[in-house]
Design a protein around this ligand. Structure first.
Ligand SMILES: [Zn+2]
Length: 411
């Protein structure tokens, strides 16, 4: 059976008919509609001769045995957000099934090939994203926190999972699924505007951004706006304002796609007749390179201390949240670039803002890469999510080429 990208598009339309309504896709994980989508996948994937297994975290695997037990993994997720789009997640899985058909028709592959539909990527019902992939990757740590989660109807997470055959206490057993993994490939819609703005159908993802988020609190002295001379003020807002403008120079100095944002400043007392006593400033810094992310943070801290001295005010930093950058595999990035150029004529390398299941697999030490296909208007998580059919077909071809290259490279 030769590759038929048109069939993937037809199956995506069929799945949307089966599991969506006038508001969009309704394949929320741990629901009957999600099970319907999983049955749809099962019928198609097992027809290739691949064997199905559902692991302890509810991930659905289809395994086509190869000459070696080491496995090339192709993944995505069948679940959607409520009233979501027709492509997010399921494009990856159904494109992977199409690749599986082609590989199976050519005989025994050099590596075992496995397609995985990760359970509950979106976290739409319980607010916990990447459930299945974090169980398999090993970063799922706090079972007590998960046990306490409830959905909008008050149903506890462990009870909802049990209805779908998953025992939360055994979910980490899914880790054995990655034991023989040689590499992991994931195709996804971009969910952003970059490829469309470059007029390119496909791109290669370098990894997911590391993020540092801080609350920077500046403390000066409230004083009357009329009676306090300009050179005798201790104005907290002056510190925040100076730092906000300095961020441009800091991002430029570090370079390499660095982005820094001061997303808000709250001033107290916040009245027109007073110098600002406290300014609470939100800061978000991102980079794909951990050392450069650390440098961004260091430069901002040093600058803040200088501004505090100059303005005779105090400054204090508090970390709100952070995650390390998760770079993808350089060898696979090069192969993915080749595959994209072969099917589309040109490629582009870009980082991913959102996290994906691929980030969990990469964090577990498995060589990983993602392909992005252009999203129209950069929209996703809405029924307006769309990609041109010709681009969807190219994306299936690119995943197929990449699979062939990875099977050769990792055999
Ligand atoms: Zn997704």
């Amino acid at each position: 059976m030769s590759l038929s990208p048109e069939r993937t598009v037809a199956e995506l339309r069929e799945l949307q008919e089966l599991t969506g309504d006038e508001s969009g896709a309704q394949r929320v994980a741990w629901t009957e509609t999600w099970e319907r989508a999983r049955r749809f996948l099962r019928e198609r994937a097992t027809a290739t001769g691949a064997v199905e297994e559902i692991d302890e975290a509810g991930n659905q695997w289809f395994t086509l045995a190869g000459d070696s037990e080491r496995a090339l993994l192709l993944g995505g997720h069948m679940d959607s957000v409520p009233s979501g789009g027709w492509l997010d997640g399921c494009l990856n899985v159904l494109a992977a099934v199409e690749v599986l058909r082609r590989v199976a028709a050519e005989g025994t592959p050099p590596l075992t090939v496995r397609v995985v539909s990760w359970a509950d990527e979106e976290g739409a019902r319980f607010g916990r994203s990447l459930f299945g992939s974090s169980a398999a990757g090993g970063s799922m740590a706090d079972q007590d926190e998960l046990r306490a989660r409830r959905d909008a109807d008050g149903i506890a997470l462990p009870d909802a999972l049990a209805e779908h055959g998953v025992d939360l206490d055994r979910a980490l057993g899914a880790r054995r699924q990655l034991a023989d993994a040689a590499a992991y490939l994931e195709l996804h819609i971009e969910q952003g505007p970059v490829l469309e703005s470059l007029d390119l159908p496909l791109g290669v993802v370098l990894g997911t951004f590391g993020v540092e988020r801080h609350l920077v609190t500046w403390r000066g002295q409230a004083a009357h706006a009329g009676s306090t001379p300009m050179d005798q003020r201790r104005d907290a807002l002056a510190g925040a304002a100076s730092l906000e403008l300095e961020l441009r120079a800091i991002a430029a100095e570090v370079g390499g796609g660095a982005v820094c944002t001061s997303g808000g400043v709250v001033c107290k007392p916040g009245i027109v007749t007073s110098v600002v006593e406290t300014a609470e400033q939100l800061l978000d810094q991102r980079h794909l390179d951990a050392a450069k992310l650390a440098r961004l943070l260091e430069l901002a801290r040093v600058a803040s201390e200088r501004f505090a001295r100059e303005e005779d005010i105090d400054v204090e930093w508090e970390r709100i949240w952070s995650i390390e950058p998760i770079p993808f595999d350089e060898r696979l990035i090069a192969l993915a670039d080749e595959a994209v150029v072969e099917v589309a004529g040109a490629s582009h390398r870009l980082p991913s803002g959102p996290l994906h299941d691929a980030a969990e697999v990469a964090r577990a030490g498995i060589p990983t890469v993602m392909l992005f296909v252009q999203s129209l208007r950069g929209l996703s998580h809405t029924k307006l999510e769309d990609t041109k059919e010709e681009h969807l077909e190219l994306s299936v071809r690119a995943l197929d080429r990449l699979t062939t290259k990875a099977l050769e490279a990792f055999a």
